[in-house]
Design a protein around this ligand. Sequence first.
Ligand code: BGC
Length: 377
Amino acid sequence: MKKALSILTVSAMAVSMLAGCGSSNTAATTAAATEAAKTEVAATEAAKTETAAATEAATAAAAEAGATDLADKKVGVCIYQFSDNFMTLFRTELQSYLESLGFKPENISIVDGANDQATQTNQIQNFITSGVDVLIINPVNSSSAATITDMVTAANIPLVYINREPDEQEEKRWADENMNVTYVGCDARQSGTMQGEIVADLENKGDINGDGKVSYIMIEGDPENVDAQYRTEFSVKALKDAGIEVEELDDQVGNWDQAQAQSLVANSLAQHGKDIEVVFCNNDAMALGALQAIEAAGETVGTDVYLLGVDALQEACENVKSGKQTGTVFNDHISQSHSAADAAVKYLKGETNDHYIGCDYVKVTTSNVDDILASLG
Ligand code: BGC
């Protein structure tokens, strides 16, 4: 919201400065003002006015014209899977932020890829055919990014990838070929590292049974997703970097899904019981499933086992607060969705974006969980 307001303020200032030039130069003023405010309506309004009172009118006109501009623009949004808890928060925030920027609700179309790349590729094709002005895409398979980029850029449509990062080679191509393509997301290495650090910072450094090593199980998200790969690697690396000896008792794929994680952790507990000291989950949805399994096995988080997730889902934060989850890492869907929408707007205004727009994760433990809960609203 802040960035959008500042764009409008700059336009309005330019309009009001031009308004002072006088009506003898109306044509030139109008042309220049169109440039400055990026709207004809605002410029015409501005050119007619010379007084301080008129400056206010020009400001309002510029704001209104900016809004009208975007209201006529169509944005297509592809989400890899609607049933994903985190992506539900993300898309809800994205929709309301786009509306607050001036897009009409009927011009914002958000579709569910149902975790199937072929379905999503069809949806992208349909968006291209229907003539959307910009696309925001959360790919089902990041490995399909090159194909998606080619389809979209061939149609001259700017593209903002979110959440599932395409590989380095693909991102380099956007820069080399000067494409209107960018990625908005966080560096998953940071979230993995933070999970490990939360354990390393505990008084017993995660070694509940005092045998000199931390025995853990890992529940991974979709392994095609770099977030899953990095969180798996870097959570354990952070423990090792802190000088802690580790032992992996189990490593399973839960596909970001609560129910799958519940059954995986139940199996693991049946096999390893109290030998498991830490349950690392690549996201909070799976940590919620893990907690169900832990409680069903009669164990208590904080006493028998430590439990870590990522995302800072409301429910997971409540669990951190009450001690049922050791910690999580805030995956800031608010900042990411706003940055994605802001990048889309810049493309629509004919401006460029960096090809990578980052965002920081935040460690969440009992010491700051209230602040995080408050910021989630
Ligand atoms: C989130 C997961 C989510 C995944 C979807 C990750 O960044 O942490 O909760 O399932 O993105 O791609």
